[in-house]
Design a protein around this ligand. Structure first.
Ligand SMILES: Nc1nc2c(ncn2[C@@H]2O[C@H](COP(=O)(O)OP(=O)(O)OP(=O)(O)O)[C@@H](O)[C@H]2O)c(=O)[nH]1
Length: 195
């Protein structure tokens, strides 16, 4: 089956508590903001890009893509960004990606898209951990997500179970799903790449 048109939406709307509140997506890994690393990884493979953030909008606009914040007030978690993104995107299929995963594999989208014929939500599994904040999801899930959020649901994995999302094995590329949550992790990766 031919790969569908896909909008990539970078999720950068969190509180970054473990980063002492410093907006994770804007922190520099090798002189480049983390969210820009994610954009550069996926840009060749998607049809449109948007950025979801709840602070520092002007700085996220520098990349040149549409930027929007959550429709739900307060920090309600990644599902809030996913819901707001699904309402705005113009394609049926949308790839949400956490801004803190800068080493994504080149074949991420191709390998997830294989399953679009029979599934409406697809995410990677690295052999040890699920990565639901890297989620290829069809717009038709929007009403169910709205209902889930209206009932107070906030847990991403629980929602994905409800819609029978499919996990795809990337254990051959587990290292590509490393994410950066703390200043120590950021320092470690910056130092590593300098060696
Ligand atoms: N739009 C939106 N995205 C969120 C929200 N909370 C977390 N995210 C995103 O979800 C992904 C995973 O988030 P976490 O690392 O668990 O949370 P975080 O707030 O970024 O960081 P911590 O506070 O340190 O846990 C990241 O891409 C976040 O930007 C939110 O309230 N709204």
């Amino acid at each position: 089956m031919e790969k569908p048109s896909i909008t990539a939406i970078i999720l950068a709307g969190g509180k970054s508590t473990r980063m002492n509140g410093n907006d994770k997506g804007l922190l520099l890994l090798h002189q480049k903001p983390l969210y820009q690393h994610v954009i550069d990884c996926i840009k060749p493979h998607v049809d449109a890009i948007m950025v979801n953030c709840n602070r520092h909008t002007e700085q996220y606009q520098i990349a040149g893509y549409p930027v929007f914040s959550d429709d739900l007030a307060g920090f309600c978690g990644p599902l809030s960004g996913i819901y707001s993104g699904l309402l705005r995107s113009k394609t049926d299929w949308n790839l949400f990606i956490s801004c803190d995963t800068p080493f994504l594999p080149d074949d991420l989208i191709d390998r997830l898209a294989v399953y679009t014929a029979n599934n409406s939500a697809i995410y990677p599994y690295d052999g040890q951990h699920h990565h639901p904040t890297i989620l290829l999801i069809h717009k038709k899930n929007t009403p169910q997500l709205q209902a889930y959020l209206e009932q107070g649901g906030r847990k991403l994995m629980l929602f994905l179970e409800q819609i029978s999302a499919k996990s795809v094995d990337f254990s051959d590329k587990a290292v590509c799903f490393s994410n950066i949550n703390t200043q120590q992790e950021l320092n470690m990766f910056n130092h590593k790449e300098d060696e």
